[in-house]
Design a protein around this ligand. Structure first.
Ligand code: VG1
Ligand code: CO
Length: 542
């Protein structure tokens, strides 16, 4: 085994977005593309003598990329890499292994909720020793490194047999291949009341878990069917496939349509759930009722104490800025702090590390807690199950009681996908230019109170992140947020986030789109979406 230094040239565009570097698979498979980025990671964080975790969501190229990353880690002097069997790890499981083994961080191969396959998406991201995504300062340094890289190091060696659990040697580096599920399942068992959930299933409670042919399949089968006794067949689409069976592994009402149809059909089970490509997102559905992610976060925060892992109460809660304020009302009632951060899980890391927040969430189907430093799909699903087992009520009853107590934040997100980048940029620029003139204006019967471009100062380390989304707030508490996606790989995706508060007791049971109709019209008028983008209707509504 010999270490080779390969000459290379900088490749443009290797800038990590909201969650790592994501590109079309053929781009990632292109000459030196993966190697340049991985070398830049090691150049920034240092590899000599260190221990890392490696795994991915099993999408196309996951297996080949893992071998390249291992050979580069060995060539860069890493002491040890802990790899999930067959290079598989869900994102939350990877975060847990990084923490459990007190490693120096990890590399996760995933493009998350983006489709996978030879012509779809691939991605790589680095997580820090705390288990969380690298903060902006670190990803910026990696990006700068990609612009000046001249060579990378790789070990000339055979593939490691990643199918065999146990210790392997790669040059001077140790490779420990581990069961991807075992430690994660044990962590879940330590947080939740498994006997209570098991008793609920034994009593005839029915659930449908849709893993969307992505990474959570083996985790869901082990935890729900094997450990909690849910009937065989509770988990569907439970075998991870390199192309996710051609599906879009994004758990929302549009892409998890089969689950939605079942939950709204005549023989709906009690509870439905789905997770995304890398297992950090979740969608939760009751019989005949959809739980919006923002409401889910609020319900979980309000009821977390019913689970053993949270019985001491929450230190605080945090949500991304576009997420509805429903959880803020819960925090107020509990007398705990609530934080508002930019989009992306990396912004929760400091709050979790500092013990200022226990539960965090995003409107994009992401919820999690301080048990790891990523959002965690199965964690959220298990917390719901724990709450259902203790309260012995339906999802619909729990939601209605929640709204009756706190009022309801009607909420929806409208996505306009694959817009020409120049047009999307022009629209955002025009919108930013118009912000100063908006306060006081009357639109669709509502008066604008303030309008700004969200900037965040991290309360722990003081770092500042600007231009995190344009917000328009109205006097009646309604709100519109506009931002461009940082995870897409094709053109630009405009996300428009819509919110309106109803205090109750009347008007708590409306259809969200109907309740939001004036806010939706105002959103189109204020940003002139149709004129700028040529689109009058969204591609995806959540
Ligand atoms: C989206 C979501 C964001 C989430 C991110 C990563 O980012 O809006 O809330 O943290 O995806 O999720 P953007 O920049 O496209 O809006 V995942 O499951 O793709 O890691
Ligand atoms: Co994901």
């Amino acid at each position: 085994t010999q270490i080779t230094t390969v000459l290379t040239e900088a490749i443009a565009g290797q800038k990590p977005g909201t969650s790592g570097l994501r590109k079309k698979t053929p781009v990632f498979m292109g000459r030196h593309y993966l190697e340049n980025f991985v070398q830049s990671i090691f150049d920034v964080v240092g590899a000599a003598g260190k221990t890392f975790v490696l795994g991915g969501d099993g999408r196309y190229f996951n297996d080949r990329a893992a071998q390249v990353i291992l050979r580069m880690a060995a060539a860069n002097g890493a002491a040890r890499v802990i790899v999930g069997q067959e290079a598989i790890l869900s994102t939350p499981a990877a975060s847990h292994l990084i923490r459990l083994n007190k490693t120096d961080g990890g590399i996760i191969m995933s493009a998350s909720h983006n489709p996978g396959g030879p012509n779809e998406d691939f991605g790589v991201k680095f997580n820090m020793p705390n288990g969380g995504p690298a903060p902006e300062g670190v990803t910026e340094a990696m990006y700068r490194r990609t612009t000046e890289i001249t060579d990378y190091k790789v070990l000339e060696a055979q593939d490691v047999d990643l199918g065999r659990i146990g210790r392997h040697q790669l040059g001077a580096m140790v490779v420990d291949v581990v069961d991807p599920v075992a430690d994660y399942a044990a962590l879940m068992e330590s947080l939740f009341d498994f006997p209570a959930i098991r008793a609920m299933f034994a009593g005839g409670f029915r659930m449908r878990m849709d893993s969307m042919c992505a990474v959570t399949g083996p985790y869901a089968v082990e935890i729900l069917e094997n450990r909690l006794g849910a009937p065989k067949g509770t988990c569907v689409n439970a075998t991870p496939l390199p192309d996710f069976g051609g599906m879009h592994p994004d758990p929302n009402p549009t892409w998890a349509k089969a689950l939605m149809d079942e939950m709204f059909g005549p023989d709906a089970p009690d509870f439905g759930a789905a997770s995304d490509g890398d297992g950090d997102r979740n969608m939760v559905v009751g019989r005949g009722i959809y739980v919006s992610p923002s409401d889910s976060l609020a319900v979980l925060a309000a009821n977390a104490q019913l689970a053993p892992g949270y019985k001491a109460g929450l230190k605080g809660v945090a949500r991304s800025m576009p997420t509805s304020a429903a959880v803020d009302r819960v925090a107020e009632a509990l007398g705990i702090a609530s934080f508002e951060t930019p989009t992306g899980w990396k912004f929760f890391g400091n709050l979790l590390d500092a013990g200022r927040a226990t539960i965090c969430g995003e409107e994009s189907f992401g919820t999690g807690s301080d048990h790891v430093r990523e959002k965690d799909g199965l964690w959220a699903i298990l917390l719901w199950l724990n709450i259902l087992a203790v309260r012995r009520q339906s999802v619909a009853e729990i939601l209605r009681e929640h709204w009756a107590k706190y009022g309801r934040n009607y909420y929806s997100r409208h996505d306009f996908e694959a817009i020409e980048t120049a047009k999307a940029d022009a629209m955002m620029a025009a919108l930013r230019g118009a912000l100063a003139g908006l306060p006081g204006q009357q639109i669709e019967g509502m008066t604008v109170s303030t309008a700004d471009d969200f900037a965040y100062t991290d309360p722990v380390d003081g770092s500042v992140s600007r231009q995190q989304g344009v917000r328009v707030l109205f006097q009646d508490g309604s709100r519109i947020v506009y931002r461009l996606s940082g995870t897409g790989t094709e053109g630009a995706t405009l996300r428009v986030y819509l919110e309106r508060y109803a205090a109750g007791p009347d008007g708590l049971d409306l259809d969200a789109q109907a309740a939001l109709a004036p806010v939706i019209r105002a959103a189109h008028r204020i940003a002139d979406i149709a004129t700028h983008t040529g689109r009058s209707a969204p591609d995806v509504v959540t």
